[in-house]
Design a protein around this ligand. Structure first.
Ligand code: ZN
Length: 135
C-alpha cells in the first residue's frame, strides 16, 4: 500500500475553452483528450504535466456535483488526486481511522481508474481522490 504520485489536480471551470487557451496554447501543455462521465455529470479535459495532469472539469448541468460547486464556491481547485497501489487496502485503513469516504465502494473514474473520494471534512477542507488502475 503506497501513494505513487499526484495523478492530477482537478480544476472546476466555467469556461473549458478559456482553460484550453491557457494550458495548451499559452503554457504549452499537451492536451491528451476529454472524457464525459455521465454518473458525475462532468466532462473532463486532461493536460499532461510530466507524470501528472491538470484535469479541467466542466459541469454538464447545474445540478451535478461540479455544477453545485461552481455555484457555491466559483471556479477553482476542486480536488487533488493521488494514484495509489492497493486502493482496497486504503479503503479499509480509512474506515478504521473513522475518515469519511464518499462512496461505499471504489467507483469507475476517467482513464480506466477505480476511484474513491475522501470527504473534505476529514482532510482539512480538501477533496482528495485516491485512484488505482483497473486490472
Ligand atoms: Zn479526479
Amino acid at each position: 500500500m503506497r501513494v505513487k504520485k499526484i495523478s492530477h489536480v482537478a480544476i472546476a471551470s466555467e469556461d473549458p475553452d478559456q482553460a484550453k487557451l491557457l494550458y495548451e496554447d499559452i503554457l504549452g501543455l499537451n492536451f491528451t483528450g476529454s472524457e464525459a462521465i455521465e454518473r458525475e455529470g462532468i466532462t473532463t479535459y486532461f493536460y499532461e504535466v510530466g507524470e501528472s495532469n491538470i484535469e479541467v472539469l466542466e459541469a454538464l448541468s447545474k445540478e451535478s456535483p461540479v455544477g453545485k460547486f461552481l455555484i457555491k464556491r466559483g471556479a477553482g481547485i476542486h480536488h487533488i488526486a493521488l494514484e495509489v497501489e492497493d486502493l482496497d487496502g486504503y479503503v479499509v485503513k480509512l474506515r478504521e481511522a473513522g475518515i469519511t469516504i464518499m462512496s461505499e465502494e471504489p467507483l469507475p473514474g476517467a482513464h480506466g481508474m477505480r476511484i474513491i473520494f475522501i470527504h473534505p471534512k476529514s482532510t482539512g477542507g480538501v477533496l482528495i481522490e485516491l485512484s488505482e488502475k483497473m486490472e
